[in-house]
Design a protein around this ligand. Structure first.
Ligand code: ARG
Length: 474
């Protein structure tokens, strides 16, 4: 009886096409190579590879990085995934020593490592674009501190605000999105390499050395957890889903504002195209699609969570399905951010129309009640008195001068307001009045500086990987 020879990792099975993940995981190639360099160096340090073997492997891996960058790398679709493609090419380039690179390593910890490195770079890129959009909103807000407009609740005109204040509300959402993405990057900056297939190795490996070389804060604590943990991907998918929801809300407002009914936004060419049928129409297609894209990213988050639900420890092949949703969410969000980054600087607001809605006396009904409160009337009673006044005037609050008919008891302290300045006495902190908005902008500027410095630190970590892949001058 002969013992069957074990199949090499790149053997073709009948279900080869089904198992193949190359169409999705090839984006990991550069991270795979960087991880292999750090791994080879560590193997050299602990004496499993000689110094010259490390040199040979590093040279081969960097050469592959160059082939990838130049577009000359010959991807082999018959090989199952990015990892086998890299390893087979390495062996072609450096010979049998290439077979040593996989000592004390499994594709299970390898793919987890690649994903962590990829995630860091992806977060840097998407957070940067989000930061850029936030800064564009902030710039627009600076120009609109004195532009009053109606503020809404339930999509009904409610109280006066300013356009700057409204734009800044979107700014703060994005600012939290940037923070959230950076926190995800920070929390997931842990190296899984050295976990092996699930149970580490009998070889004297030093996961800590690999972690430091790749800019991670520390290596994994538990090998079973390390190969099955996809929390970082889930967090990123959530961050992107919420970011898309914020962008979608912005898109929806642009759609509303561009309508004849609102009239807050001029139909500029950047916002969309004409109708193929109706010559008079201009549709806010860009804003609509911004709104529509959120459906995809929310779906991506769900797809990932459902894939993970119920998996036993440790690695299971289901985990291969983790990449497509995250990649889709990333490209969708990046495209959405790019579209908004291009239109926000050119939005043409109809300031006069906004001012007109802000000076509607009805928006001051609450202020009239607050005026009564200032004179000692309990708020509940003040609310009722103003409501009764409105009911007595056919549902309108349109004669507020001289106490607004809110007697008795107020003739001496008649409430007046200047309709041309609907925000004059709305001075509470964090509110819409110009003086409060100026303070808000100072806070926003300070937060932008902090975010910029965190983005730069993350940029240095992603740069580290590129440095590792640089070939040494001959
Ligand atoms: N393509 C696989 C993935 O993305 C790589 C790990 C494969 N591991 C294995 N034991 N077959 O998850």
């Amino acid at each position: 009886m002969t013992t069957p020879t074990p199949a090499p990792v790149y053997v073709r099975t009948p279900a080869h096409g089904f198992l193949n993940s190359l169409s999705v995981d090839r984006v990991l190639a550069r991270y795979d190579l960087a991880g292999s360099i750090a791994h080879a160096e560590m193997l050299g340090h602990v004496g499993i590879l000689s110094a010259s073997e490390v040199e040979t492997l590093r040279g081969g891996l960097r050469r592959i990085a160059r082939e990838l960058a130049q577009g000359s790398f010959d991807w082999r679709e018959d090989l199952e995934d990015v990892h086998t493609n890299m390893e087979v090419r390495l062996t072609e380039l450096v010979g049998s020593v290439g077979g040593k690179i996989h000592s004390a390593r499994s594709r299970n910890d390898q793919v987890a490592l690649d994903e962590r490195l990829f995630l860091r770079a992806a977060i840097h890129s998407v957070a940067q674009r989000t930061h850029e959009l936030a800064s564009k909103l902030l710039e627009r807000a600076r120009q609109e501190i004195e532009t009053p407009m109606a503020g809404y609740t339930h999509l009904q005109r409610a109280q006066p605000v300013t356009l700057a204040h409204h734009l800044l509300a979107h700014f703060w959402r994005l600012q939290r999105d940037v923070d959230r993405l950076l926190a995800t990057a920070a929390r997931s900056n842990v190296s899984p390499l050295g976990a092996g297939a699930l149970a580490g190795s009998t070889l004297p490996i030093e996961p800590d050395r690999v972690a430091r070389r790749l800019g991670f804060d520390h290596p994994f604590e538990n090998s079973l957890d390390a190969v099955s943990d996809r929390d970082a991907f889930v967090e990123l998918a959530f961050d992107l889903a919420l970011l898309s929801v914020h962008l979608s809300s912005m898109g929806e407002e642009l759609v509303l504002w561009a309508s004849t009914e609102f009239g807050y936004l001029r139909a500029s060419p950047g916002l969309g195209s004409g109708s193929s049928l109706m010559p008079q129409k201009r549709n806010p297609d860009v804003a609509e699609l911004v709104r529509g894209k959120a459906g995809r990213t929310i779906g991506d988050l769900l797809a990932l969570l459902v894939t993970l639900k119920g998996l036993p420890l440790a690695y299971n092949r289901d985990l291969q399905e983790d990449k497509a949703p995250v990649l889709d969410a990333l490209s969708t969000t990046e495209a959405t951010l790019a579209a908004l980054n291009s239109i926000v600087p050119d939005l043409q607001f109809e300031r006069e129309r906004m001012r007109e809605t802000a000076t509607d006396p009805a928006l001051r009904a609450t202020d009239a009640a607050e005026h009564l409160v200032r004179h000692g009337v309990p708020f509940r009673e003040a609310h009722d008195r103003v409501a009764a006044h409105i009911a007595a005037h056919g549902g309108r609050f349109d004669r507020p001068e001289g106490g607004a008919g809110l007697e008795p008891g107020l003739s001496a302290a008649a409430w007046t307001f200047d309709p041309s300045d609907p925000l004059a006495d709305r001075l509470s902190p964090g509110g819409p009045a110009p003086v409060a908005v100026r303070r808000q902008i100072e806070l926003a500027d300070a937060r932008m500086r902090i975010a910029q410095s965190s983005l730069s630190s993350l940029g240095r970590l992603t740069g580290l990987i590129e440095e590792l892949l640089q070939e040494e001058p001959k």
